[in-house]
Each structure stands twice: as structure tokens, then as C-alpha cells.
Design a protein around this ligand. Structure first.
Ligand code: UD1
Length: 430
């Protein structure tokens, strides 16, 4: 039994440092396998998912050295296998990045089919379409995706949907293909740009990342580099919404405010004050929250990974709000948990209709996935009384030191492992 025990009701107040972006780190770690030279990556978040990625890299002979908690030195010159089927990798979505990285460098890769959060069907047809357009053969056998090519040759690829994963994967493979590749309808997320910058720092030639047309001139060889990962937009956004729901005053530090614009805009709409400086954003929730409508969209739209967090806030906002999920079809599973806390939310297909209630009350909750789990923590921090949250392994996939960071803002939250520890928490907080 590992759970978070939370006593709600304290406004979160203070400053919190945001770590490196999980989704950029996962791709960049895989891309580090594309050179025989040493790569040093800073600002790598210390998370279950990044650890799983590193473990998988070690399982094929890549040398991984932790210089400190967030700085990793990688040398893939010692790679001795192109089959990745380590148990821990099967649980994470980003395992698919080894396909693009190893296909680019070695023209062959075999990787266990990706896992990750159960938030709906998560096809990889666009990744496969891209690899095939570059001349690779792709097949699925015995739970592995196998891709190989005699030669990879640049191509003109139109993505049918805007997908972060396929954009990055194709970009990695194309970085070492012969000639020019153009990806149209590419994803524009900050981590797409970060991966492109990382590859360029290794000698790749990628232009246009951050727009919907990316042009890649293949190179024969990539070299070593030192690189720092961008801050995590979603970790920052989660703390910003935690400030809103607890009616607090929180400054998220070490962020790129531009990446948070869609999140800041919604917070302002629901009645918060948002102050931006060079590398920090302060959210003050002094007034009662009010309703709004939101639809998740690819960047620069409102991120699907912030959908549960905004729903928690709108559940406490005066009036009726509508949240439309346009990226993943099964991303409202946490609403049942919120209902048990007193929320008034009706889900119809990909839309949640939310009638704001004045308060939530504590309950025994289960995290259904990573972001919904974090959102339930924020709901519990706002609620009257005590909540417990099970299945926190999901939350630990994407939030480093989550309870400690929240405690530093005045939250009453503890990770407990036994019934006895839970009792102790109850006694301590009175
Ligand atoms: C990544 C993120 C995830 C985030 C999502 C959208 C990682 C490890 N995960 O997931 O946190 O919620 O981006 O920002 O970085 N699609 C296809 N075919 C494909 C690929 C995707 O139809 O081949 C569809 C998906 O079903 C989804 C949409 O495209 O509806 C976007 O998916 P994508 O951006 O690829 O998400 P992931 O890479 O799975």
C-alpha cells in the first residue's frame, strides 16, 4: 500500500522550482543513442519514466552515468543489441522513441509495443507511415515492433493528425537519412523544438521545429554534446492550477512563461491574477473562481495533459463550464472520483458539463492515470477533510518530489505506506 494522505483546506503559498520536461527528456534520452560519442544531459527529471528509459538503454549495452540527480552522461558507443524489451519499458509510451533513434543510426530496431497511460486508443500508425516513407520495413511480431531498412532516404511526409510522438520519431530517423525530409502538419509542442535543438547540437540539420513544416537534411554522423532540457510545462501548469483551486498565491520558478500562455489565459479567465517575469509565473487566486469553456488542442492550444487539472478548478467555479477533450477519447475516467468528492459533472462522449459547487469533501480516491492522478491531488488539497489517493505510481511517473514540493507551499500531504502511517498522519494533523 502506497498512497498519498492529504488534509485539504490550506491555501498553497510560496515558490516552487519546476524540473525538466518529462516528455522532452524521454525523447532526448533515446536520441542520445544516435552517436558513439559522449552526451551529457542536464535538467533530466528524476522520475519513474526517465529511470525506465535509462534502464532500457543499459539493457542494450549503453553506458549511463549519473553525475548528479539531474545530470546524466551517456555513451552509446558500447551498444551491443538493437532489441529493447526490458520489462519496465513495456509500461511507458515513450519507448517508441527508440524506434526512430535506432532506425536512424543503425537502420534497425526492435522495441516492445508501447504502454503508457490508458487514456484511449493510442495508435502509432503515423510513426509507421513516416518510417515507411523513409524506406523502412515495419512489422509487428511477438509483441515487438520491428523496423529495418537497407537505406533510409529522405521523403515528403504529410501527417494525417497532429502527433507529437510521430513528429519527433520521424525527425530522429530522418536526421540520419540520405537527403531531405519534409514533415508537414508537424506538432509544434515545446518538446518537439527541444528535441530538434538537441539533435542540432549533435550536428543534425533540422529547421522549422515549432512550426507545422519541419525540414531535415540528413547527416551521416552525429557527435557528442552537452545539453540542458527545457522546464516542464505540465508540471508548472499543475502547480498553477493547484494555486487556483486552493485559493493560494504560488510562484512557479525556472519556467518559460511563453510555454504557459494557454494555461495562464484560462486562469485569468476564471478570475486569477497571473504575473509573468523572465523565468517565473505567479498565480494569485484572491477572488472566487468563475466558469469558462475550454477545448484541448495541440500546442499552442490548451494541452490535453492539463485537462483534468482545469476540470478540477471548474468544478469549484461559479456557473456552468464545458470542457471538450479533442485529443484522447477516454480521458474523463477521473470524473467518477471527483463526483465522490461532491463535484457535479456530467460526461457526454468527449465533453464534460460542469456545474460548479462551493466545495469538495475528502474521500478515498484512486489515481486512474498520471495527469488525472495529479489533478485529484489538487482536488484533495482544496477539499474539506482528509483524502487518500491510491495508485500513486502513476503520479510518480511524471512528478518529481510531488508531496515535498507541495509541503513546501504549506500543503498537508504525506506519502504513507502502511495503515499505521496513515493513522499517524491523521493524529498529527488533528
Ligand atoms: C504525447 C505525450 C502525452 C500527451 C500527448 C499530446 C509523451 C510520452 N506523451 O503522447 O503526454 O498527452 O503527446 O500532447 O510524450 N495519433 C494517431 N496516430 C499516431 C499517433 C498519434 O492517430 O500514430 C493520435 C492519438 O491517438 C491522439 C493524437 O494523435 O489522438 C495525439 O497523439 P500524440 O501527440 O502522438 O500523443 P503521444 O505521443 O501518445
Amino acid at each position: 500500500m502506497e498512497q498519498y494522505a492529504i488534509k485539504g483546506g490550506n491555501p498553497l503559498v510560496g515558490e516552487v522550482e519546476i524540473g525538466g520536461a518529462k516528455n522532452a527528456a524521454l525523447a532526448i534520452l533515446a536520441a542520445a543513442a544516435m552517436t558513439d560519442e559522449t552526451v551529457t544531459i542536464e535538467n533530466v527529471p528524476d522520475l519513474r519514466d526517465t529511470m525506465a528509459m535509462l534502464q532500457a538503454m543499459e539493457s542494450i549495452g549503453i553506458r549511463v552515468e549519473k553525475l548528479d540527480r539531474h545530470t546524466i552522461k551517456i555513451n552509446a558507443g558500447t551498444i551491443n543489441d538493437l532489441i529493447i524489451e526490458d520489462d519496465s519499458i513495456k509500461k511507458i509510451r515513450a519507448s517508441y522513441y527508440f524506434l526512430g533513434a535506432l532506425l536512424g543510426k543503425y537502420k534497425k530496431a526492435e522495441v516492445a509495443l508501447p504502454g503508457g497511460c490508458n487514456i484511449g486508443l493510442r495508435p502509432i500508425d503515423q510513426h509507421i507511415k513516416g518510417f515507411r516513407a523513409l524506406g523502412a520495413d515495419v512489422r509487428i511480431e511477438h509483441g515487438l515492433i520491428i523496423t529495418e531498412a537497407k537505406r533510409l532516404v529522405g521523403s515528403h511526409i504529410y501527417l494525417d493528425v497532429v502527433t507529437v510522438g510521430a513528429t519527433i520519431n520521424i525527425m530522429m530517423a530522418a536526421a540520419m537519412a540520405e537527403g531531405q525530409t519534409i514533415i508537414e502538419n508537424a506538432a509544434k509542442e515545446p518538446h518537439v523544438v527541444d528535441v530538434a535543438n538537441f539533435l542540432n547540437s549533435m550536428g543534425a540539420s533540422i529547421k522549422g521545429a515549432g512550426t507545422d513544416v519541419i525540414r531535415i537534411k540528413g547527416v551521416q554522423k552525429l557527435h557528442g554534446t552537452e545539453y540542458a532540457i527545457i522546464p516542464d510545462q505540465i508540471e508548472a501548469g499543475t502547480f498553477m492550477f493547484a494555486a487556483a483551486v486552493t485559493r493560494g498565491d504560488v510562484t512557479v520558478k525556472n519556467v518559460i512563461p511563453k510555454h504557459l500562455e494557454s494555461i495562464s489565459a484560462k486562469l485569468i479567465e476564471i478570475g486569477c491574477e497571473v504575473e509573468e517575469s523572465d523565468d517565473a509565473v505567479r498565480v494569485v487566486a484572491a477572488k472566487p473562481l468563475t466558469h469558462t469553456h475550454v477545448k484541448t488542442l495541440p500546442y499552442p492550444g490548451f494541452p490535453t495533459d492539463m485537462q483534468p487539472q482545469i476540470t478540477v478548478a471548474l468544478g469549484l467555479s461559479k456557473g456552468t463550464s464545458i470542457v471538450t477533450e479533442s485529443i484522447f477519447e477516454n480521458r474523463f475516467k477521473y470524473v467518477d472520483e471527483l463526483t465522490r468528492m461532491g463535484a457535479n459533472i456530467k460526461v457526454e462522449s468527449n465533453t464534460a458539463i460542469i456545474d460548479g459547487v462551493p466545495k469538495y469533501t475528502g474521500a478515498s480516491l484512486t489515481a486512474p492515470d498520471l495527469r488525472a492522478g495529479a489533478a485529484l491531488v489538487t482536488a484533495a488539497l482544496a477539499a474539506e477533510g482528509i483524502s487518500t489517493i491510491d495508485d500513486i505510481k502513476f503520479i510518480e511517473r511524471g512528478y518529481e518530489d510531488f508531496p515535498q514540493k507541495l509541503q513546501s507551499l504549506g500543503a498537508q500531504i504525506e506519502k504513507v505506506c502502511t495503515e499505521r502511517e496513515l493513522q499517524k498522519f491523521r493524529l498529527k494533523i488533528g
